[in-house]
Design a protein around this ligand. Sequence first.
Ligand SMILES: [Zn+2]
Length: 272
Amino acid sequence: MTPLPLLSEPEPPRGVAHPVAPGIRRLVAANAGAMTYHGTNTYLIDGAGGLTVLDPGPDAAAHVAAILAAAGDAPITRIFLTHGHADHIGALPALRAATGAAVFAAREGLADGARIGGWTALATPGHAPDHLCFARDDGVLCSGDHVMSFASTVVIPPEGSMAAYLASLRRLLARDGDALFLPGHGPPLRDPRGFTAALLAHRLAREAEIRAALTAGPLSVAQLVTQLYRQLDPRLRRAAEASVTAHLGKLEAEGEAVRDGATWRRAVPRTR
Ligand SMILES: [Zn+2]
């Protein structure tokens, strides 16, 4: 498999927001980990009526205090949520209580294509069923955990859906004019189209590998991971198993793979 053009960066300064695009600052929460990199990105976005906070981040008093300090005298009037995972919305109750801001999220009824203050919500399910990206008319797109920069996105069934995830990658690739992705974890992506295309190619290659491995004989998820993932960080083994399971679920739905207890095999083509 071709390696992904993943980005890395030194540990960002804690508690301080840094400009990443016109009118947008990034504040990295202190929840570093194998799945979260240096931490969840919270974005503070300037707007006519006040600030918008995109993804309040994890439930951590210090992070909420840093958001409020970064806002300074500007009122926080809106909160955008890319999806409902705890590392993105844990701080929501405290931030909402401190600001009274209006919340815009799929779980709050925000629909695909909705426009709020120059931003458009884009339904991008896959990593999470409620995932939204938020696109600004000038080519900045907050990609949440749908497209990250430091790693490929983990799709964990049953909540995560590989078929939906691939369709959502294709949806972003079909757009014109996106110049910068601001992801939920990791530094900004300045070649969003190239990176998204590489993510899609990576997934399709993985799917082809799984199909080929099963053609040789039935395998369990653990056996597939051992066979397909070389030099896997042990901390990421469960994520790899989840990804393979997600691929298998897609192949099963497409009639290409069948589960027999703990093992999977290629579907025998139906004869009439
Ligand atoms: Zn996340």
